[in-house]
Design a protein around this ligand. Structure first.
Ligand SMILES: NC(=O)c1ccc[n+]([C@@H]2O[C@H](COP(=O)([O-])OP(=O)(O)OC[C@H]3O[C@@H](n4cnc5c(N)ncnc54)[C@H](O)[C@@H]3O)[C@@H](O)[C@H]2O)c1
Length: 293
């Protein structure tokens, strides 16, 4: 796969497309002449995003999809193939988060965050990859993980575990694809904090997975820490989208939009290699720390 990936006239499917990175991917894909299938659980924002792109002349459909649900993701793949015949670029991007001490995270926290962040990506890979393999053209999958998939900052255990799962799933996907094809590949997006709707992810939480108990102190502190960290982000979603499309074009797997986190990744790897007890990754970033009261 030495030739650069071509975007013009090809088909992209994006989950979590109504906000943040997903919407920025859609805007970038449209600017590159792609046809789009946008999926999100938020019907109102999805309609707005689809309408704005259509007014700009892009061929685009919106399919309300809850990525936790295997049947809905199958239906999304069917809608994409029925409409455009092929899929060349898939962004498994929808994601949510909760914070607080691991032992204070509820069964509903685990169910919701793993449902969206892990099963959402697994469903996308399962529903779309077979068609990408049989259509006989270049295709690419981008899974959105996070630096939380490379590090384990405190008071983010559920989110960290879900993103570590996405890292492992996507590295494995890379090897599995390489074993069977030179036309389909994948990339792993690991951004640090960027100002999107992520600090307000609870807005899309289904009613049956909302917590009955009020947030604990560690959960309140983690929430404040996330708000502060996201506000401190210097890159825009558009910057992240541009870096992601550049990586896809060049066939690069690891997309680390914030190279300043690499010393923390190295520290973690050294902890493992030297059997040293884990270093707190936020010790290198004290400005985002909000200790539980
Ligand atoms: N913003 C950051 O700082 C940051 C950093 C690292 C990783 N990420 C990851 O980036 C991805 C995109 O998040 P974002 O920052 O753009 O946040 P965002 O909240 O702006 O966008 C996420 C979108 O996903 C949608 N969504 C939520 N649950 C869904 C479901 N069950 N099915 C379909 N769609 C669903 C939401 O409605 C929303 O439109 C997520 O995977 C997130 O974990 C974000």
């Amino acid at each position: 796969m030495s030739e650069p990936f071509e975007f013009d006239g090809r088909v992209a499917v994006i989950t979590g497309a109504a906000s943040g990175f997903g919407r920025a991917f859609a805007q970038q894909a449209a600017a590159l002449g792609m046809k789009l299938v946008l999926a999100d659980v938020d019907q109102g924002l999805l309609d707005e995003t689809v309408n704005a792109l259509r007014e700009g002349g892009t061929q685009v459909i919106g399919v309300r999809t809850d990525v936790r649900d295997a049947a809905q993701v199958d239906a999304l793949a069917k809608a994409a193939l029925d409409t455009y015949g092929k899929v060349h670029l898939l962004f498994n991007n929808a994601g949510v988060g909760t914070g607080g001490f691991v032992w204070e995270s509820s069964a509903k926290d685990w169910d919701w965050v793993f449902g969206v962040n892990v099963m959402g990506v697994a469903n996308g890979v399962r529903s779309f990859t077979p068609a990408m393999l049989t259509q006989g053209e270049r295709a690419h999958i981008v899974n959105t993980a996070s630096v939380a998939g490379l590090l384990s900052p405190p008071a983010m255990g559920v989110y960290n575990a879900s993103k570590h799962a996405v890292v492992s799933l996507t590295e494995t996907l890379y090897h599995d694809l390489k074993n069977v094809t030179d036309k389909v590949s994948c990339s792993l997006l690991c951004p640090a904090f960027v100002s999107t709707g992520i600090a307000n992810a609870g807005r899309s939480r289904p009613d049956d997975l909302r917590n009955d108990a009020p947030p604990t102190r560690s959960q309140q502190a983690a929430d404040l820490q996330l708000q502060r960290a996201v506000r401190s982000g210097k890159l825009t979603p558009g910057d992240v989208a541009k870096a992601t499309f550049d990586a896809v074009r060049e066939g690069r797997f690891y997309i680390l939009t914030h190279p300043q986190i690499l010393p923390s990744v190295k520290l973690r790897h050294e902890d493992i290699e030297t059997l040293r007890n884990p270093t707190d990754p936020l010790s290198l970033k004290p400005e985002v720390r909000q200790a539980p009261q």
